[in-house]
Every structure is written in structure tokens, then in C-alpha cells.
Design a protein around this ligand. Structure first.
Ligand code: AMP
Ligand code: ZN
Length: 113
């Protein structure tokens, strides 16, 4: 746990969140400021700052579970879905704990803003 990390505090229960899935060291919550009718965040319980900081080798199971969960939650939407991993300042990351956005329930636009 990283002491000043919002998502670590959600994982520990210190800050409340609507948890929709929890298994295999992965947690999925509803985004507090949804950008689509369905907007979930899927994250490892373990603190990892972002996808660029992740050491894939040795943690392959974690990445597999993360993406498997995100894809399964997205696939509950028959019309399709979008997964987004904002990384760093230019990537628009505002919470420095790796998370995958699951967006669905409306037509997505491209290019993203
Ligand atoms: P990002 O900007 O990619 O780092 O995504 C961070 C996301 O966390 C944003 O979509 C926020 O709306 C969301 N968020 C911030 N605080 C909370 C919270 N307390 N519970 C759930 N989602 C949050
Ligand atoms: Zn964290």
C-alpha cells in the first residue's frame, strides 16, 4: 500500500467506493465521475503507479487477471465497450495507481480528446 494513494485507500476500505467485482488481487469499482452510462475502473489491489511502471515479467498473472476482468466486465455490454489506460501527465492520468477504465453504454468517439 502506498500511504497517500486514493485507490490504495479504496482497496483497504478507508475510502468508500461502489465495488462491483473483487477477485484474484483485482478490484473493480464504479467511477465517481462517469463519462459514459457504464464507467468502471479495474485495478490491481497492489500499488503500481501506472502501466509503464509495471514489471510485466514476474507479474504476468496480475496483468492477465487485470485485463481478463476488464474485458469480462466490458463484455457485459452487448453493444461493445472501450478500455482506456491513461498514463502520465500527457496521457491524462490523475490517480497514480494503475487502472483500466471500462466505458460502455454509448457510441464512443475517435479520436479521443
Ligand atoms: P485517470 O484520470 O485516468 O487517472 O482516472 C482516474 C479516475 O478516477 C477518474 O475517472 C475519476 O473520476 C476517478 N475517481 C476519482 N476519485 C474517485 C473515487 N473516490 N471513487 C471512484 N472513482 C474516482
Ligand atoms: Zn495505490
Amino acid at each position: 500500500m502506498s500511504t497517500n494513494c486514493l485507490f490504495c485507500k479504496i482497496v483497504s476500505g478507508e475510502i468508500p467506493a461502489k465495488i462491483v467485482h473483487r477477485d484474484n488481487g483485482i478490484i473493480a469499482i464504479e467511477d465517481v465521475n462517469p463519462q459514459a452510462p457504464v464507467h468502471l475502473l479495474v485495478l490491481p489491489e497492489r500499488h503500481v503507479a501506472n502501466i509503464a511502471e509495471h514489471t510485466f515479467k514476474g507479474s504476468a498473472d496480475e496483468i492477465t487477471s487485470l485485463m481478463e476482468t476488464a474485458a469480462a466486465l466490458g463484455a457485459q455490454n452487448a453493444g461493445g465497450f472501450r478500455l482506456v489506460v491513461n498514463t502520465g501527465t500527457d496521457g491524462g492520468q490523475t490517480v497514480d495507481h494503475l487502472h483500466v477504465h471500462v466505458l460502455a453504454g454509448r457510441q464512443m468517439n475517435w479520436p479521443p480528446g
